[in-house]
Design a protein around this ligand. Structure first.
Ligand code: PGA
Length: 265
């Protein structure tokens, strides 16, 4: 069965000491409230990957992610960070295609495809973000936007390669705005994405790829969002920066896992 994931995208927040403290507190919380089917991922800024990785090392059920990577392996690219560098910091995941990268750093589908190739080729698992803008949703183009984002990038890979990827559906209009998508909108889009996976790769891939929701997910709406059958967790921005808020979101996912196992019995 696919993994449930609660991932904290810290973005450009926290200094060294603050990142270390948050990483340590989250690791304590995860070891106190562990669930074997829940993976917690922390994505600190590049300079703190190693520190946060060490602070969480030895805690079952936590992985570290980078927030971005360069598509080349090494070379004269001042200021950039490569996939092998990220792996050498003990990170196992990398966020690729976040809408802030697409929007503020002009990352195109072509570039994202190159980044995915490098990450997947080195065994670094992508958390691949897709999402429509407000204008695309309002003009009824949200499904075709998502389909096109996938066809130009992730759908270039084999079934085995896609199976190592996590998809994050993050409607751009819901990120950092406090406006989260309704459970109906979330479930409808997640089911659509899973349907595309099914059509292209078959049931095994469709059933095993975790699809996360991101965009103003917080302690008060997490339970409702995680209750949607095709939602496998969340990519959390603002609400991942405080241990208590992040803990409450994890609790909502653990409660959901417990309900599922009772229903299945
Ligand atoms: P948000 O960010 O939770 O602050 O809306 C989510 C994200 O950008 O991944």
């Amino acid at each position: 069965m696919r993994k449930k994931i609660v991932a904290g995208n810290w973005k450009m927040n926290k200094t060294y000491g603050e990142a270390l403290l948050l990483g340590t507190e989250v690791a304590d919380m995860v070891s106190r409230e562990h669930h074997p089917e829940l993976l917690t991922i922390l994505a600190p800024a590049f300079p703190f990957l190693t520190a946060v990785s060490r602070a969480t090392d030895g805690t079952d059920g936590i992985s570290i992610a980078a927030q971005n990577c360069h598509h080349e392996i090494s070379g004269a690219f001042t200021g950039e960070v490569s996939v092998p560098m990220i792996i050498s910091c003990s990170a196992h995941y990398v966020i690729i295609g976040h809408s802030e990268r697409r929007q503020y750093f002009n990352e195109t589908d072509e570039l994202l495809l190159a980044k995915l190739k490098t990450a997947i080729g080195h065994g670094l698992r992508p958390i691949f973000c897709i999402g429509e803008t407000k204008a695309q949703r309002e003009s009824g183009k949200h499904f075709e936007t998502i389909q096109s984002q996938l066809e130009k990038t992730l759908f270039h890979f084999s079934a085995a390669q896609v199976a190592m990827t996590v998809i994050a559906y993050e409607p751009v209009w819901a990120i950092g705005t406090g406006l989260n998508a309704t459970p109906e909108q979330v479930q409808e889009m997640h089911a659509f994405i899973r349907g595309l996976l099914l059509k292209k790769y078959g049931i095994a891939v469709a059933e095993n790829v975790s699809i996360l929701y991101g965009g103003s997910c917080n302690a008060s709406n997490a339970a409702t969002i995680f209750g949607c059958p095709d939602v496998d967790g969340g990519l959390i921005g603002g609400a991942s920066l405080k241990t208590e808020d992040f803990a409450a979101i994890r609790k909502a996912m653990i409660a959901q896992l417990k309900t599922q196992s009772i229903t299945q019995e």
